[in-house]
Design a protein around this ligand. Structure first.
Ligand code: OAD
Length: 577
């Protein structure tokens, strides 16, 4: 079982952290995915053709809810057999395994276009779902539900299969990681809050992260600290966010060695794209060009009234943020001044239909968004829980999955979808290197380099014979004066380190000069995990020890002439060197 947890082959744990329910005033919201409730689950496939690219709105919790209903209906064995036989007539097991293989390699969009669009009959989709192991409630199974109800269910079921990426057994060592980085030329880098921690910006989920601080301070009386970034909360009480935002607004921060490493990969002509979950705009300060800020950033702000459309630079709301004031939208204010009516199209809080079985209370909870205090004010263009990511994310991923030949995941807990699901959406044959302080156990990665990411990338750069580049900020970052200051600060740091940018990999971020001895990472047992300075391996050593014991037991059983384990049931251990 632990082996499965490590190689991801049979991970049952949902990819995303289960969030608490919402505040009750507005439609409840789980924080497991930014695009999840109250965003419309079926929109990605229902309102658009099934092959339309979208990697969002795949809500595994809703699928589980349907499956629970189906289970509670407790069909007779005869009925179950009848259904499975009917499904197997259309999709025999060999076909299903080929389809799953195709899905893992070619992706969800290709799958839908190739295997569903040409014959999208509801009955066929129901059979496909059954063949994939999804048992639907009677209300869906036995009625003429339209295709736009079934497609989102199918899409979510496919996404769940994709989440079960298996570790590639041929990649395990630091040498493998170095060889991959030096030979691969289309490297995708998925980064998170951990890469900005050394810049003085706390991450979210560490014991000293933003959520833990919000919880322990208790200032905001939040049921769940993640509600600070919840769209519904924001609309109801924007002053709460604005009394906090100054703590995360990018000001006076300097890119870390890890940001510079990403730039270095770009300079080597190897960066396919940096998918950043960070909102701190440090990528721009480091001069990284091929970056997609998946959760938006503070670089711009927009009016929360979609009918208004006012958008401005993030720097324009900086004063309000530091003054802990809610920034008004100038266009809406002007309109109000002229006593014109603002765009008062009644908008439901949250939105859309859901394929969750109808719940009458939904109707009662429908609120008029326009009457909320957060309507018609400026909000930084960061993606809150309950908001969809920009369609740039879908388009970029659709294109990049065809090219990517290596994925490096850095400084992220991979707990927030849809970004965390990138691992499943790229071809499962693409190697994945994790660089993180703590291990990620709910998704399979091939090589885990654990420790402080700055130390790790400095090590890698040194071994590769590459030099960390100087900081070359892009012009369009928040406050260009800040950018110049940062550039100067890093130049001084590099000079102080006496090795300068020429051998930047040897410098320490604190400018204390060269390290006395080069520290080599320690291999955790015989696994694919390597410990660098700052690693917090948590329960990984215990899991590996248990696995080793299980392996020994298995081999003893084998020697005693037992039937031996079924090959297919034994996961490829992560320990092969
Ligand atoms: P998390 O806080 O969830 O995860 C940060 C990860 O970085 C953790 O696994 C840490 O162990 C690791 N880490 C911390 N310091 C590190 C260091 N010096 N070196 C290496 N690793 C380190 O942050 P994200 O995964 O980025 O959404 O969170 C994803 C999203 O959840 C964020 O974008 C944010 C949040 O809610 C929005 O703001 C919209």
């Amino acid at each position: 079982m632990q082996a499965n947890a490590l190689n991801g082959s049979n991970v049952e744990t949902p990819v995303a952290e289960a969030g608490s329910a919402g505040n009750g005033r507005i439609a409840s919201t789980s924080k497991s995915t930014l695009a999840q409730a109250p965003a419309p689950a079926p929109s990605a496939t229902a309102s658009s053709p099934p092959g339309e690219p979208s990697y969002q709105s795949m809500d595994s919790e809703e699928l589980s809810a349907l499956e629970e209903i189906a289970e509670a209906e407790s069909e007779s064995d005869t009925e179950i057999d009848r259904l499975l036989d009917a499904a197997a007539d259309t999709f025999p097991p060999e076909t299903v395994s080929l389809l799953v293989k195709d899905l893992k390699q070619r992706g969800i969009v290709y799958f839908l276009r190739t295997h569903v669009v040409p014959d999208p009959s509801p009955l066929r989709i129901k059979h496909l779902l059954l063949a994939l192991g999804v048992f639907l409630p009677r209300s869906i199974r036995d009625s003429d539900v339209p295709i736009d109800v079934l497609l989102p269910i199918l899409k979510t079921a496919l996404a769940r299969i994709l989440r079960r990426r298996e570790k590639l057994p041929q990649y395990n060592t630091v040498a493998d990681a170095l060889s991959l980085i030096s030979t691969r030329n289309k490297i995708m880098i998925l980064s998170g809050a951990g890469i900005s921690v050394s810049c003085g910006i706390p991450d979210f989920r560490s014991h000293d992260g933003i959520y833990a601080s919000l919880q322990s301070e208790g200032t905001y009386q939040l049921d769940d600290p993640q509600d600070m970034f919840d769209k519904s909360y924001f609309l109801t009480n924007p002053s709460m966010f604005y009394s906090f935002a100054h703590r995360i607004f990018p000001s006076n921060f300097t890119p870390s060695s890890t940001h510079r490493f990403i730039k270095l990969v770009e300079e080597q002509g190897k960066l396919l794209r940096n998918y950043s979950q960070n909102i701190d705009t440090l990528e721009q300060l480091a001069g990284i060009e091929k970056v997609l800020q998946c959760h938006g950033s503070f670089a711009s702000a927009s009016c929360t009234d979609p009918g208004c459309g006012y958008r401005c630079k993030g720097s324009e709301i900086a004063d309000a943020i530091f003054g802990k004031r809610v920034p008004r939208c100038p266009r809406c204010e002007e309109r109000k001044g002229k006593e014109e009516k603002p765009s008062k199209k009644r908008r439901k809080v949250g939105n859309g239909r859901s394929w969750r079985p109808a719940d009458d209370s939904d109707e009662e909870e429908e609120d008029d968004e326009t009457s909320l205090p957060g309507f018609g004010i400026l909000k930084p263009d960061i993606t809150f829980f309950g908001e969809k990511l920009s369609s740039d994310f879908d388009h970029a991923l659709l294109a990049d999955r065809e090219e990517v030949d290596l994925l490096i995941v850095m400084g992220t807990s991979l707990k927030v979808a849809p970004v965390s699901e990138i691992l499943g959406h790229i071809p499962h044959s693409t190697p994945v290197i994790l660089i993180n302080k703590t291990p990620v156990l709910h998704l399979a990665t091939d090589i885990m380099l654990l420790g402080d990411c700055d130390r790790i990338v400095e090590y890698l750069a040194r071994k590769l014979g590459w030099n960390l580049p100087p900081v070359q900020p892009s012009k369009d970052v928040v406050g260009s004066r800040a950018a110049e200051q940062v550039k100067h600060k890093v130049e001084v740091q590099d000079e102080k380190a006496e090795v300068g940018v020429e051998s930047g990999a040897k410098r320490q971020p604190d400018g204390q000069g060269e390290r006395e001895t080069e520290e080599e990472p320690e291999r955790l047992m015989n696994s694919h995990a390597w410990l660098f300075k700052g690693a917090e391996p948590g329960r990984l050593p215990a899991l590996l020890a248990e696995m080793e014991e299980e392996d020994e037991d298995d081999s003893e059983e084998g020697e005693q002439g037992s039937d031996g384990p079924d090959d297919a049931a034994v996961p490829d251990g992560p320990t092969s060197a």
